[in-house]
Design a protein. Structure first.
Length: 280
């Protein structure tokens, strides 16, 4: 099982490569000629040298494998990569917010000191899918993420070291909102949402330009997805009742949907021009 890459920094060549592959490779049967991939990354602002280096890193991470594509050097999605990308789709394009009465997921684990590297990886990946920390060996997230928690445990080979509970609302001293503010860094998360909103203005005035210039729409859409992609992982979709009243995540979700409506179609047209075999 390929777990999501936690190291690629949004805006980097490696991150943009993963975004382009995630958006379009499956529509090409999981295969892309090297020249076409470099051309697509070029339209997103990545130079040829940086693009080739990013491809090498993606191969090392188990995302891509070398394969001939119509007589040209190219790549195909590695085994298991499609499942990882599908999980990403559910987060990126299907943001889900927990209801006040929906269940919670708790994961309790105990990993001995001799396996501390595995313990560190588990903590990194639980944080990477949006879990909060109740105590050193007890983490929490909305119940709709229980399957993702199981996937992390399986992917790291640590299923035997943890117990997963799906339960009702935690009983805490004081308010649940105060507890949530201790378990998650809500200030940091809010700052990330505000950063996205500042970097990607409302596209209402740009829709006509996008229709005339598919390459510009492609660049804007890929950059928007690349910047947005980590946010639905860091933000697990906590209930509105436990969030601050001025929570910017609501506006972030709406802005991403508006960007998709404005630019995704024209961006796909650009890809069809570069790679004519792109599926509908």
């Amino acid at each position: 099982m390929i777990l999501d890459d936690l190291d690629a920094r949004p805006g980097s060549a490696t991150s943009l490569l993963r975004t382009v592959v995630g958006l379009y490779a499956r529509g090409l049967g999981g295969r892309l000629a090297a020249g076409d991939l470099v051309a697509l990354l070029g339209a997103a602002g990545v130079g040829p040298g940086a693009a080739r280096s990013a491809v090498s890193r993606a191969k090392g991470k188990g995302l891509l494998e070398a394969e001939d594509v119509g007589g040209r050097a190219g790549y195909r999605l590695a085994a298991g990569a499609a499942a990882m990308l599908e999980r990403g789709d559910r987060r990126i394009f299907g943001y889900r917010q927990q209801g006040d009465d929906d269940p919670w997921c708790l994961v309790s684990f105990s990993i001995p000191e001799e396996r501390r590297d595995a313990r560190h990886q588990l903590r990194r990946h639980l944080a990477g899918i949006g879990c909060g920390t109740v105590a050193t060996g007890l983490w929490i997230c909305p119940g709709h993420l229980a399957d993702e928690v199981e996937g992390v445990l399986d992917g790291l080979g640590l299923r035997d070291a943890a117990t997963v509970f799906v339960a009702g609302t935690p009983r805490v001293a004081g308010s649940l909102a105060d507890a949530v503010a201790r378990w998650w860094d809500l200030d940091g998360l809010a700052a990330r949402h505000r950063g996205f909103l500042a970097a990607h203005p409302d596209p209402d005035g740009d829709a006509e330009t996008a229709a005339r210039a598919p390459d510009e729409a492609f660049a804007r859409w890929v950059r928007a997805v690349d910047d947005w992609r980590p946010l639905p992982y860091a933000d697990p979709g906590l209930p509105a009742a436990v969030l601050p009243p001025d929570w910017p995540g609501t506006a972030g979700v709406a802005r991403f949907a508006a960007l998709r409506a404005a630019f995704a179609g024209a961006a796909a047209a650009h890809v069809r021009g570069v790679v004519p075999t792109l599926g509908a």
